[in-house]
Design a protein around this ligand. Structure first.
Ligand code: HMG
Ligand code: MG
Length: 291
């Protein structure tokens, strides 16, 4: 197959949020600016969550204020509640994301709410974003497995994806948060989700704990998905998903996609420079070793 596949760069948010060592705002801004030169259309750069829970993202407003905004690039932020949305709006995030889980255990650990409570909380965020003309993306975490509850039923993922759709998100990103998915499990999960949303409203978000993220991308490509989240340098992980390793590395994903004949539209030299900067932010290298 050939055609275009978009990589949604999440390195400055998912890649860095789990780093224990404080990273200077100037370093984050330099990474975003390097990524902006690589040709991404969307880059997740900020997260307006509780600074007590995710200290690394505390300076998200400053990051958004200091980056050099490249024309045509959407700079995205996570917003778990109205407080976060308001901060993102003031900081001029171009789009925001609400993030739910398909499993109760991770929902509780990550955002201190049941799935139903979280969806109720996202309603006002989505409404405020609509009123402000800010596009909203949705995440579903633990789409194949949960660090607390074990295997997750495809129907549970479809239910949450459908609920996010009802809130008006423009796209649902399906997260293998702990990177334990197999292509077979991803395929079964997508079969259920595609009953409620078409492939062009879905993205794949694969962490690479077990080294199967690229195979999982291929399973999702076969199901028609054409957007994948990735982090330059393969950094990443969630503080509330013990044992989870980084996102699939953007440069490795671009290599695989291009080898398969897909176009990413990325400037590979600029991407390599950004990936080098991302790796340098993690003492010891980054990639699959995880937090
Ligand atoms: P809560 O724990 O229910 O508590 O928050 P609360 O709402 O009662 O607030 C507690 C304190 O947090 C208060 O401060 C609030 O002001 C403050 P205090 O009075 O104690 O000084 N607070 C905030 N501060 C700044 N910005 C805010 C905000 N909201 C409350 N927006 C909440 C619920 C969701 C906020 C909290 O549990 C939280 O921040 N959790 C962190 C979630 C997170 O960032 N997880 C990582 C990102 S998700 C991910 O990585 C998965 C993904 O990559 C996909 C995948 O891989 O699957 C997206
Ligand atoms: Mg993630």
């Amino acid at each position: 197959m050939t055609g275009e596949v978009e990589i949604f760069e999440v390195g400055p948010r998912d890649g860095l949020q789990n780093e224990a060592r404080p990273i200077a705002v100037a370093d984050k801004v330099a990474l975003v600016d390097a990524l902006s030169a690589a040709g991404f259309r969307r880059i997740e750069v900020a997260s307006f969550v509780s600074p007590k829970r995710v200290p690394q993202m505390a300076a998200s407003g400053e990051v958004l204020a200091r980056i050099a905004r490249a024309p045509g690039v959407s700079y995205a932020a996570l917003t778990p509640n109205l407080q976060g949305f308001e901060a993102a709006r003031v900081a001029r995030a171009d789009e925001v994301a609400i993030f739910a889980s398909a499993s109760e255990g991770f929902s509780r650990a990550n955002i201190n709410a049941t799935i139903a409570e979280s969806l109720a909380r996202f309603g006002p965020v989505a409404a405020a974003a609509r009123a402000a003309g800010i596009p909203v993306r949705g995440y579903v975490s633990c789409v194949v497995a949960c660090p607390y509850d074990g295997a997750v039923a495809p129907a549970a993922v479809a239910r949450v994806a459908s609920a996010l759709d009802a809130l008006g998100v423009y796209e649902v990103s399906l997260g293998d948060t702990i990177g334990r998915g197999t292509p077979e499990a991803v395929d079964a999960m997508l079969a259920a989700v595609l009953d409620v949303l078409p492939a062009d409203r879905l993205a794949g978000h694969f962490h690479d704990t077990d080294g199967r993220a690229l195979a999982n991308v291929e399973a999702a490509l076969a199901r028609g998905l054409r957007v994948f989240d990735a982090a330059a340098g393969g950094l990443g992980g969630c503080p509330f998903a013990p044992g989870a390793a980084g996102n699939v590395a953007t440069e490795a994903l671009a290599d695989r996609l291009e080898a398969l004949g897909w176009r990413t539209g990325l400037d590979r030299e600029a991407l390599a420079r950004a990936a080098g900067m991302a790796r340098a932010l993690r003492p010891g290298g980054g990639g699959r070793e995880g937090p």
